[in-house]
Write a protein that binds this ligand. Structure first.
Ligand code: UGA
Length: 434
């Protein structure tokens, strides 16, 4: 099938290459000429394991192309994915003006049946609104062209997008007609996953509710972890015991410094705003957000308690990205920890396998180290903020030899207590003590 994907951000690119892997012919569209120029050369604007080599392979095979012209991309495409950004407005609602511009342009140029698919995370009712926008453009042109709008939300996780695309838990297809449903079935014919056929409005809500419950699970466990700390209980053991209950499930129960990224914070806020506009106060979402907002401050308060004070202390901060295997710093907990550490009088030397320059620009006082061993030189304490695989394989004896102090703060509950303690270091975790 010939498919156009509009928007070459994180969602657009990963969608394009994974649809390409299913054997489709893809054309990626973006208004940014610089981005398109680089993509044509196989240079990726984001870091996502495995994606760059796939782009290069698909470019070489001629099954993937990029353009800045939507008008050029439309005639051949049977299916058009909208994967443009939906950033938050000051009131928490998503800004849909990119979606609106794309919908109008589609209406201006289509001349035969198309299935238009919403991949961007958008409020309930957006598929209907996109349909209206396109219809209005067609009326303005005095032409009759058939088309359908489908909601097909994205469930890929940054850092493991390709794995998620190959083995999704489910594919949600909110189609408004039998014809669109059949077309979408052909798009995903080669994926072995349950398909939920539903209405566009249901699909839109499935996406928001899924992200909101995952964020809520994390905040719930962060609250439990604080209680565990108080009662000398190990929250990791609690999570293990809870997770074996199939009704609860083992995932997203890891307590830590809070969730970040471009999705959970934005989507929880948008769902709350959706509730507000319907006259419903979704207080559970407010608590999810409050706990997440307070978590970095709680971690710092615990460090202060354990170390006496952070004044004049040297902290080695391991990890800056909001999670491993990505260069994404959006809403990263590290960006909340850094000002708190500075305000408490600590000096920080940070390290991350991928992302350091933007942090240095934002926080010029932060020292940047090449690796954990350099960061730990003369440090009073190590603070793990992102659980990159390389940090999980650290030689703690080597770290101990370089440090002045002996404290390891694991703000992701990701390290082996035994390994840290075997090196003569003292371990602290979020609701988890050595
Ligand atoms: C999230 C969802 O997991 C995807 O299904 C969805 O497609 C995506 O948002 C989106 O809406 O586009 P992502 O933001 O890439 O994916 O990252 P996650 O792996 O979900 O992690 C989010 C944050 O939660 C990270 O900061 C992570 O460190 C944190 N987290 C995750 C925890 O603190 N504890 C956990 O147990 C799991």
């Amino acid at each position: 099938m010939k498919i156009a994907v509009i928007g070459t951000g994180y969602v657009g690119i990963t969608t394009s290459v994974s649809l390409g892997e299913l054997g489709h012919e893809l054309i990626g569209v973006d208004i940014d000429p610089e981005k398109v120029k680089k993509l044509k050369q196989g240079i990726l604007p984001i870091y996502e394991p495995g994606v760059e080599s796939l782009i290069q392979r698909q470019l070489a095979a001629g099954s993937l192309t990029f353009t800045t012209s939507l008008k050029e991309a439309l005639p051949d495409a049977e299916v058009i994915f909208i994967a443009v950004g939906t950033p938050s407005l000051p009131n928490g609602e998503p800004d849909l003006h990119y979606v609106e511009a794309v919908a109008r342009e589609i209406g201006t140029h289509i001349n035969d049946y198309k299935v238009i698919v919403n991949k961007s995370t958008v409020p309930v009712g957006t598929a209907d609104w996109v349909r209206d926008l396109i219809e209005r453009e067609l009326e303005r042109r005095h032409v009759k062209v058939e088309f359908d709008v489908v909601s097909n939300p994205e469930f890929l996780q940054e850092g493991k997008a390709l794995e998620d695309a190959r083995h999704p838990d489910r594919i949600v297809l909110g189609s408004s007609s039998q014809r669109a449903k059949q077309t979408m079935q052909t798009v995903y014919a080669n994926v072995n996953a349950p398909i939920i056929h539903t209405s566009p409005r249901n699909a839109e809500m499935i996406k928001y509710a899924s992200n909101a419950i995952l964020a809520t699970k994390i905040s719930f466990m962060n609250d439990i972890a604080k209680l565990c700390a108080h009662l000398s209980v190990d929250v990791s053991e609690v999570a293990k015991g809870m997770g074996l209950d199939q009704r609860i499930g083992p995932h997203f129960l890891r307590a830590g410094v809070g969730y970040g990224g471009s999705c959970f914070p934005k989507d929880v806020e948008a769902l709350y705003a959706l509730g507000q506009s319907a006259g419903q106060e979704m207080s559970i979402l407010r608590d999810t957000q409050r706990i997440n907002r307070e978590q970095p401050g709680w971690v710092i308060a615990q460090m202060e308690r354990e170390l006496g004070s952070l004044k004049g202390k040297k902290i080695a901060l391991l990890g800056l990205a909001f999670k491993p295997n990505t260069d994404d710093l959006r809403e990263a907990p590290s960006l909340k920890l850094l000002p708190l550490l500075h305000a408490a009088g600590a000096t920080v030397r940070a390290t991350d396998p991928i992302v350091t320059d933007p942090v240095k620009e934002q926080f010029p006082k932060v020292g940047i180290a090449a690796d954990a061993y350099e960061a730990a030189l003369d440090a009073d304490a190590v603070l793990l903020c992102t659980e990159w695989a390389s940090f999980l394989k650290i030689d703690w004896k080597r770290i101990r030899e370089r440090m002045k102090g002996d404290r390891v703060f694991d703000a992701r509950n990701a390290l082996s207590i035994e390994k840290v303690e075997a090196a003569g270091l003292r371990y602290w975790g979020v609701g988890r003590k050595g």
